[in-house]
Each structure stands twice: as C-alpha cells, then as structure tokens.
Design a protein around this ligand. Sequence first.
Ligand code: DGJ
Length: 686
Amino acid sequence: MISHHPEARLWLLSTPGTSYAFQLDADDVPRHVHWGRPLTLEQAVVIAADLPAEDPGSDDAGGEEYVVEGGLRFGAPSLTVRFDDGVRGFEWRFLSHTVEGGRLTLSFADRVRSLGLDLHYRILDGHDQIERWAVLTADEPVDVLRFDSAAWTLPARDDYRVSHVVGEWGREFQLQRDRVPVGETVFTSRLGITGQHAGPWLMLDAHDATEEHGEVWSAALAWSGSRRITLRRDPYGRASWTGGFGHEGLVWKLVPGESLETPVFTGLYAPDGFGGASRRWHAYIERQVLPARPAERPLIFNSWEATEFDITEKQQAELAELAAGVGIEVFVVDDAWFGTRTSDMAGLGDWWPNPDRFPAGLGPLADRVRALGMGFGLWVEPEGVNPDSDLFRAHPDWILHQDGRTRTLRRNQHVLNFARRDVREWAVEWLVRTVTELDVVFLKWDMNRSFSEVGQPGAADPDRIWIEHTRGVYEVMDRLRAARPGLYLESCAGGGGRADLGVLARADQVWTSDNTDAADRIAIQHGHCQLLPARTMGAWVTDSPNSFTARPTSIRYRFHVSMAGAMGIGGDLRKWSEEDLAWARMLVEQYKRIRPVVHGGALYRLDHDAVQYLTEDEVVVFQFQPSALNRSVVRTRLKGLDPDARYRDVATGAVHEGAVLLGHGLPPLLSFDWTSELVHLRRVPR
Ligand code: DGJ
C-alpha cells in the first residue's frame, strides 16, 4: 500500500513486512525517512519531524532519497549532468506525484534548466521488495555523466558489514563479508557485461546478522552491462549506496525531447537474517522476475565437457543414446556445430551447421534426439564473432570498434555491436529460424568476452553503446521468446558471468560455472543462492577425476551437489562404467522425485554446508562432508518445519518428530572426504 501525508509531504510504502518512507523538505529536496520495520503513516511523520535539517558539524547533510550534484553535497551523486554552457547539477522543483496501484511516481524539474527527473517506485503484492528506477527528460542538450537508478539510505548503526560475491572464471559467486570502511567503496563492472568478478548486488547488516537473525538491507540491480554501485560510509558512521548502469568516464548526450530510463534497482529489508533475505529474494525472483513457467527446470545433457570442439554427428548421437538411457529430458549440443568452428579460432558468427560435421544439417541429429524421447537443445554465442568468419568478412564494421584503434581480440573474437539495428535484425532472423526449424527447446546463450574499443565511428553519442548493447541483447532475447514462447533460455558468459535480474527476466537459468568439480561447487552454489533461486542454478554432473581440478569424487557426491540446483549431466557418458550408469539412472529417478521441492520450495542453509528445501509437505536435505578430518559431531538441525508435525523418511520409512528435527537434528555424516547424504522427508498425518 502507498500512503501520502500531504502536510508532511511524506510518502509511505508499506509491504507485508516493511515500511519505506521519504518526504520533501521545504526546498523540494526528497529526503529519506525510514527503511525497515512496519510503521503507520503517523509514526513515519513523527520520525520525519525528528530528522535534523542540517548538521552543523557536517558539510554534507546526507540522507537524501536521490543524490544530485550541487549545493552542500560531497558524497557520490546519483545524478551528474552538465549543460551546454558548462553549468552543472540539478536543483529540485517538485511538480506532482501519481499513485497507480503499487506504483508511485514523483515528477521533478530543475528550477531553471529544461531538465525533468522522475523517481519511480513499485511495490508488489506479497513481497517486501521495493523497485526503484528513474527517468530523465531533457528539453535542452545535456551531457549525462552519471545517472543512477536509486540511492538507498540505511538507518544509523554503530557498524556496518557488506556481503557480496566476487570471483573469476571457474570460481564465481564466492561469498565475502567485509566491514564497510569509512569512505566510498565502488562495486563496479567496466566489462560491458555483468562479469564473473562480482555480482550486481549488496547486502548490508550492522555486523550482527546471522543466518536466521538480525536486520539485513540489500539491493540488486537488474542490469547485465557495465554498472557502478558506490557504497558510502561517512565519517559520522552513516551508510548509503547509490547505483545504476554505466561506469565512471562515460558521457551520454541527451538532445531536446529525449528521455533516458535507468534499469530497476530493487531493494529489500529483511528482519530475519541472511536466510530470510535470501528466501525473500528467491520468492520475488521466482514470481516477479523470471519468465512465467512451471518451477521445474528440465534435466539436460550438455556436450561441452565430453567433446568440446571435437564433435561429430555420430558421436553426439552416441551420447544422446546414453543420455536418454539415464533419463535425460533435453540433449544440448554445445559449441562447434556451426560454420568452420573446430576450435575457438574460426567460424563464430556463421550460424549454419558445419557441412563436414553435419552433412545433412542438424535435422537428423535433432530427430534422433526426439526419437529417443528427449527435447533438442543448442549452444549459441550471438554477440561473438571470429575475424576468421564469413560474417566478419562481410561486415567488419559490425563489431565494437573505434577508428585508428587496435581491434583487441579476446578468445580470438570480437563483440558484435548489438546497439546497431541491423545487427539485432540479423540475430533475430537466424535465431528464430534455427530454433523453429530444429524445434529447439533449450538454448544456451553464451558470451565469452568483455568489451574493448567500444565505439561506432560516426555515432553522435558513442558512449551510449554501453547502454544500447545490453538493451539490444534484451530486445533480441525478448523477440526470440515471443516467437518461441516454450523455449528455455540459459544465460552463460564463460560460466556465471551474466547472472543478474536483468537477464533473468528473459533467461530461465544461468550456467553457474565452468568449474564442475563438485567439491568446488559447494562454495559456488552457496554464493549463487544468496540472491538467486536454486532453479536458476545450472549444475552438471561431470566425470571423475574432474577435468578442471583433477579431483576424484564419488558419483553419489557429484549427483547430490548437482541435485541441489537445476541438474544436468555434462560428463562423457561413453566413458562411464556400467556401474556408474546404473547409479546415474537411480539418482536421476530420485532427482525427478525431489525436483519439485528443490525448484519450488524455500531454501534454508543449515550448519556445515548442508542445505534444505521445504514445501508444505516435503523436506529435502543435502549434507556434504568436505573432509573426514573435519568430521563433525554436531548434528544437522533442520529449519522451518512444523514442530508439531511428524515427517517420514521416504527412503527408510523412519518417522521423525518435527520438534526433534528442529532442536536436535539429523545425525552427522561419519564417513570419508567428499561424501554426502540426501534425506527426503514427507509430512505424515498425526
Ligand atoms: C564457455 C562456457 O562457459 C562453456 O560451458 C562452453 O559453452 C564454452 N564457452 C564453449 O565455447
């Protein structure tokens, strides 16, 4: 619900578990009032009346709802503009507000210049998230140096800690918790894509939150391009952050009549620890962000680790046969099915089946896959092009480039400029045609390099490519989905390099990491699920020893780790023993039984790397043993169960009391390194 107090010039956004309030001061400056536990409108007005108008000891009043440049403001601004005559900044003049359902829009203009700024808020039934974004409208030419979606202000606390994920190729989503220093900390991507080095979200607490207790404030940016979130703790200890698309140094030019809209930056307050924050994010992403479809993701086989660039029709058919035998639902042919692509040196951009490898096209393989009872899937990298390709030879100007500058290669490829309409039309045409002709049901959309020499010679506003490329990718994905509504999309960027709420409005899941070592995956999956639901977490079972780390692990352990997400198989099934294939069949059957709980239930992180999924009537728990030396005598206590209910172990038939599972837990694992246990419980009537 959105309420307004006209005399106090205050707005209150109320969600089931949160209140969020701000007001306009006498100079029309929007000032933050409250973000936390529920309040009445009257209580919010009391708090607002108590806010210091100006701090005599401080240059910077702080606490602004959206920080513009100008006046006594010395922190990182959310908006920086420069007009043609060199005048900078924005002076607030309030025009109007509108409320439509859960949407609140406040319209402002600069006091003297022809520049409008709208601040947007949206709340959604049943969720505690607050979505925010902004729109800038120019009626005179203006350079935009920074234009953030929103600034978020925290209540005063003695200390703050920030939780976020960092990483690299093969080691994505590593959760980190750091004390927030006094000063400004910038969380950014200048890559043009989301990146593996950091996720586009933050969680803050007062250094007192635990998994199930304490207040946590968080925000996630729905954007897959370059970004910047500046977290500030001022010398008085207050914390706030502002963030949006783009990074420092970029300048976007607005001409009269033009508007620029930011991506959505969604904030969440949770009173019940990091676990509570994660479950709220999962519910929001599942119901409000992801494309609407049933929770359960298909069980795929992906050919990459098995065959890499060395693929043939016969060998893929053999793999398909084996995959069908273990219960796979969709068979996905990864890289190297097209053009002259037999390594990463050539062929990227030539999206027709390699005539040497598939003389009659992909149709016969796709038909074979379907005859085996599976759907057919494909890998593509629409934004990539090798210089050694017919596409590049025909359109050397389609890539990001600048006159007179080196065209830097990475993985022997350039980035196609999706800010160009002709490039987008080309992509939509071949993608829709390929997916339609082959009846592709699962498409892995990869992106294997960061941007360099971003430009388009002759463009009036060359830095706009940093925005328009990402929007172009979204447009192509949206048009593809509209043309093929049943298609599953997987977002990949050399592993988990494009995992954000922008792409997840179009993609059903993420390829989490090229590191498929089940032991390493525990930390990767732990980080992924801080924000993103398990159903979005692509997780293949691959060979042992692992091709990435050479670590041997049991088939049961590898399956259990993958079963905690959107499982797939990515190993070379031709090399699996009969015994392994039998295990695979059995574990796949078990996965299909627990999948509704893993993909549709609430996720609880338990002690000792254990993870639990809970629906109304079912509980699934995975326990993982990192090392026998680290063997724990502490039992794994479950969470969220009904203490008065009884739960039957589906495998053993043993009946447990809810109160005992909550208070005392499951027995510890008493076995060797890298072992695991899966417990599936069903609630039984009293
Ligand atoms: C990078 C991806 O992360 C891999 O899974 C695989 O698809 C390769 N690209 C193919 O080139």
